[in-house]
Design a protein around this ligand. Structure first.
Ligand code: NI
Length: 178
């Protein structure tokens, strides 16, 4: 497995719709997931989508473990999700600050559905279905957007709330990129 370079905003691949995975048992898929995990770990990301490392397939990973430095950040289970589908549970939206490994150094205030159900296939080919809310739901929506060629700055409602992390949060920001 290997740490791969992450594509940054401006790369046309990040604006493209990624393709469904048709063979969840393919060795190349296992390699891809391993590379995604290594890359996310080194960059201390909260999530990563396959197109961010240049592979236009509908695969995302995410996970946030407890960090004593930032006790207010909610944890998210370590998850591999293939061919994900998101269903909003209600119309309720909430805004919070996001960052993205493909938009380094920046933060934006992004509206997301508060509650969702998501479905997909895990790394062992089993069906996965969960309900999520808050930060967990936000991370999943951010990652799945990548599969449809959407980067979070496109969802910022007011560009006054998009800027450099070092300016917006001089004391540091509690939360990772995804
Ligand atoms: Ni991202």
């Amino acid at each position: 497995m290997a740490v791969r370079s992450v594509r940054r905003m401006g790369d046309p691949l990040l604006w493209a719709r990624s393709q469904e995975v048709t063979d969840v048992a393919a060795p190349a898929l296992k390699d891809l997931i391993g590379d995604m995990r290594d890359t996310m770990a080194v960059l201390q990301g909260a999530g990563l989508a396959a197109p961010q490392i240049g592979v236009p397939l509908r695969v995302v990973i995410f996970g946030v473990s407890a960090n004593p430095r930032y006790p207010q950040v909610e944890t998210v289970p370590d998850t591999v999700l293939i061919n994900p589908v998101i269903e909003p549970l209600g119309d309720d939206m909430e805004e919070a600050w996001e960052g993205c490994l493909s938009v380094p150094g920046m933060r934006g205030l992004v509206p997301r559905y508060r509650r969702i159900r998501y479905r997909g296939i895990d790394q062992d080919g089993r069906a996965l279905e969960r309900e999520a809310h808050g930060f967990h739901a936000r991370v999943v929506q951010h990652e799945c957007d990548h599969l449809d060629g959407i980067l979070y700055p496109l969802r910022v409602r007011d560009l006054k709330y998009f800027g450099y992390e070092s300016v917006l949060f001089p004391e540091g920001f509690a939360g990772g990129d995804a």
